[in-house]
Write a protein that binds this ligand. Structure first.
Ligand code: TYM
Length: 336
């Protein structure tokens, strides 16, 4: 990706099936904010994706509202970015079905998230969860996105989207732009604090491994201070042999902007307690800033207005694209 490509289009989304996490922030959200000046940015709340797993309706409502508020609190600006709720634009579900019909079972069987659930012996996997990469492809292709900023775990889904776009273009003639994933160099995969072999995830309820953006800072500090490390007693970046320390270095570097090598030098010969305390300072300062702005957003009445304006903009683009797709397939025979 070239940095100075003005007005190329970028699109991404987050699925608030729980409270947003520090992993979501470092791997995705803060990059959306960074890119909104240089790209035409479209960011949505993937609420259809949320219900691929059962959600308590009251909790889901709260999580959706909090997610929009956090988008704004983290710095997404509705004047510069199109921000909307996925279910407000019905074209997502319609193109999602069309994408289902252009994907093969073998492709979906290879998706890591699905495979992991099967491997764990989960028996309550919904059909929606199995086919969700097709809906995600539709989310992206509806808007002719050039780039899709995501964390490491979503890269495979963007690769599938590329395959589906190319297949469709080949079958029906040029229709979709083929998007590229944009994965951050540092922070693409923030690991759990309690088990650094696992991704930090919002579904790890009650886990000490996950920090939430709206979490009390004292609780966040506690989790960092008790993060799992190792017996090496040396602050070094070695994800293989020192995954816990390397994860903390990644978190600190992502948030402070100080390169990892510099942090390693700064903490040479220092104990893990001192290092963790410095990581906690950086994380808590960031959380406090976001939480203060979140309170302002909640009180401002900006949420409804943002979603109204965003869904109108998104609908215009999505409608045009879906019409084109349906004409190409031969589904629409009336003259337009
Ligand atoms: P979701 O909600 O699981 O995650 C949202 C974004 O946060 C990133 N992320 C992480 N990055 C670093 N470390 C972590 N521990 C971590 N956890 C999550 C994810 O990689 C992602 O970028 N299917 C998507 C949502 C979606 C979407 C889309 C994204 C739906 N349609 C279209 C892009 C384009 C999802 O479940 O993300």
């Amino acid at each position: 990706m070239e940095s100075a490509e003005k007005r190329k289009r970028m699109l991404s989304g987050i699925k608030p099936s729980g409270q947003l996490t520090l992993g979501n922030y470092i791997g995705a959200l803060r990059n959306f904010v960074r890119y909104q000046d240089d790209y035409e940015m479209i960011v949505f709340i993937a609420n259809l994706h949320c219900i691929t797993v059962y959600q308590d309706p009251q909790e889901l409502k709260k999580n959706l509202r909090d997610a929009v508020a956090l988008y704004l609190a983290c710095g997404l600006d509705p004047q510069r970015a199109t921000i909307f709720l996925q279910s407000d634009v019905l074209e997502h579900a319609q193109l999602g079905f069309i994408m289902n019909c252009n994907s093969y079972q073998g492709e979906l069987n290879r998706m890591t998230q699905y495979k992991d659930k099967v491997a764990k012996g989960e028996t309550n996997i919904t059909v929606g969860l199995y086919t969700y990469p097709c809906l995600m492809a539709a989310d992206i292709l509806l808007y002719d996105a050039d780039y899709v900023p995501v964390g490491e775990d979503q890269k495979q889904h963007v690769e599938l989207t590329r395959d589906l776009a190319q297949r469709f273009n080949h079958r029906y003639g040029d229709t979709f732009r083929v998007p590229e994933p944009v994965v951050p160099q540092v922070g693409a995969r923030i690991m759990s604090l309690s088990d650094p072999s696992k991704k930090m995830s919002k579904s790890d309820k009650g886990d000490k491994g996950c920090i939430y953006l709206l979490e009390d800072v004292r609780s966040a500090r506690k989790k960092i201070m008790s993060a799992v490390t190792d017996m090496e007693a040396c602050v070094r970046f070695d994800p293989q042999d020192q995954p816990g320390i390397s994860n903390l270095l990644t978190i600190m570097s992502s948030l402070s902007g100080e390169p990892i090598e510099q942090l390693v030098q700064r903490f040479a010969g220092k104990g893990y307690g001192e290092f963790k305390s410095a990581v906690a300072d950086v994380v808590c300062a960031q959380l406090s800033e976001i939480q203060a702005r979140y309170q302002q957003v909640i009180q401002s009445g900006m949420i409804e207005q943002t979603l109204q304006q965003g869904s109108e903009q998104a609908r215009r683009l999505a409608r045009r694209k879906l019409d084109k797709v349906q004409r190409k397939i031969g589904m629409e025979f009336r003259k337009k």
